[in-house]
Design a protein around this ligand. Structure first.
Ligand code: FES
Ligand SMILES: [Fe+2]
Length: 466
């Protein structure tokens, strides 16, 4: 159990806080490259700072203070010029270092512009994402984790604004057991509530799920994942989550022997290894959530797209309807289920009220690592999993659990569900049903697509006190 002070230390990311300083040692994704194709400015809230991202007419990116130095007008309404962003109120022009270049209403020989500088941070593009670095110079390298750079992949980027603190989202990744219940039993309860199946079965798998004959729905109830054992271990890049599931031998289980990576400090790999979920703290009660996919191509899909061509799609957050009731149509997939679990813990959950058990060892390990790494930064050191050598950053491979046909000799991959692939092109996993490639593929195959949300659905969640 944590004290309130420890909870603050682990969760608050304002400038000058221990966690805020640790997070500032890592590049953070803030937008998709293709979002800037026809919208040259974007409001960014990152680590409790209000900023504006822009792309000027030369194609350079800048990330500057949201408020113009003159009289504080917001630069979101700024005009992109050849060499920077011009404030719409009186025309002051800033470049990507924040330096003021022009003040049209001041005398032509005035030196005033040279003495005005906005706060500005570096921006780089990788894998179709724009990344920002808010920490001290020299900046490390953006890690070239394989999904961002490997060849032969189809890339897409989903995003959600999650209305809670980043850490309770990360802790979900250190908690393998929730998949068994939230994405297993509860998931079937959702299908029952929606009238897709007759009955959800029971929690121990003794009573079967009763399907409705001939029911056409975009997904099937799926198999239940049952853990014989779950544990976590530290490795060079973060934590590996080990899962030995029913139906596997311990010796052959890839999920157990290789594990499932959580990359320090705020990235989780999806099962199967080629998708990432990144949890970027906007502030202490809001998180910019990225669903990154680098899939093998299906027929007709574009491979190795230019960064400007990687589609960016919005994933609505699961909430409640006008009567305060769960919206079941938002909960028939893993991302919706996770959304409500995170946000209903409260805007910044009160960990001093928790009761942790043996199955929460991964969460305890991760909190210890965060405490340890904050201390390293406080003592002037470099925290773990930062990259400075270009030679070792060409492509960074991480151990990951394989699925289906990605086989390692002597081990068994996690079996792909029979209902997956052709039969379930949208995928019940994270954000899959919102992915434009999946929707197009389902339509091409003539498969059912998910029902629309009811009119009364809200896009923000009514959160509980936590
Ligand atoms: S407020 Fe921006 S130029 Fe005046
Ligand atoms: Fe989950």
């Amino acid at each position: 159990m944590l004290t309130q002070e420890q909870n603050d230390r682990l969760t608050l990311v304002d400038p000058g806080t221990p966690m805020g300083e640790l997070m500032r040692r890592y590049w953070q994704p803030i937008a998709g490259v293709s979002e800037m194709n026809d919208k040259p400015t974007k409001a960014i809230r990152l680590l409790c700072e209000d900023l504006v991202l822009y792309k000027d007419e030369s194609g350079n990116y800048g990330l500057i203070d949201a408020s113009c130095a003159h009289r504080r007008v917001n630069m979101l309404w700024g005009i992109p010029e050849e060499n920077g962003l011009r404030c719409s109120y009186h025309g002051w022009l800033y470049d990507e270092t924040g330096q003021c270049l022009e003040m049209p209403a001041e005398p032509a020989d005035s030196t005033f512009p040279t003495r005005v500088q906005l706060k500005a941070y570096p921006v780089q593009a990788l894998g179709g994402l724009l990344w920002a670095y808010l920490g001290p110079q020299p900046a490390p390298l953006i890690p070239h984790y394989y999904p961002f750079v490997e060849e032969g992949r189809v890339r897409s980027i989903g995003w959600t604004h999650v209305t809670c603190n980043w850490l309770q989202i990360m802790e979900n990744s250190l908690d393998p057991i929730h998949a068994e219940f939230l994405h297993g039993y509860f998931s079937k309860y959702v299908l029952q509530r929606m009238g897709v199946i007759e009955h959800r079965g029971d929690i121990y798998g003794k009573k079967p799920v009763i399907e409705k004959p001939g029911m056409e729905f975009w997904r099937k109830p799926g198999r239940s994942m049952r853990h014989i054992s779950a544990s976590t271990s530290r490795f060079e890049h973060g934590v590996l989550k080990h899962r030995w599931l029913e139906g596997e031998t311990k010796e052959e289980s890839i999920g157990w022997n290789i594990g499932h990576p959580i990359l320090f400090p705020n990235l989780e790999s999806g099962t199967g290894g080629h998708d990432f979920q990144i949890r970027v703290p906007m502030d202490n009660e809001n998180t910019y959530y990225v669903y990154y996919y680098a899939n093998l191509p299906r027929e007709g899909e574009p491979v190795d797209q230019a960064q400007e061509d990687i589609p960016v799609y919005h994933v609505p957050i699961a909430g409640v309807d006008g009567e305060g009731q769960p919206i079941w149509e938002q909960l028939d997939n893993n991302s919706g289920q996770d959304h409500f679990a995170w946000t209903s813990q409260g805007p910044r959950t009160r960990r001093w009220l928790e009761r942790l058990g043996q199955s929460d060892v991964g969460i305890i390990l991760f909190r210890r690592m965060l405490m340890e790494q904050m201390k390293i930064v406080e003592d002037g050191g470099e925290p773990m999993n930062t990259f400075r050598d270009p030679a070792t950053n060409e492509i960074v491979w991480i151990p990951y659990d394989r699925m289906g046909d990605e086989v390692i000799e002597g081990m068994r991959s996690i079996p792909k569900e029979e209902s997956k692939g052709e039969h379930e092109p949208l995928g019940a996993g994270s954000s899959g049903k919102f992915n434009p490639f999946n929707v197009a593929y389902a339509q091409k195959l003539g498969k059912p697509i998910p029902p629309p949300f009811p009119e009364s659905a809200k896009t923000a969640v009514e959160v509980s006190p936590g």
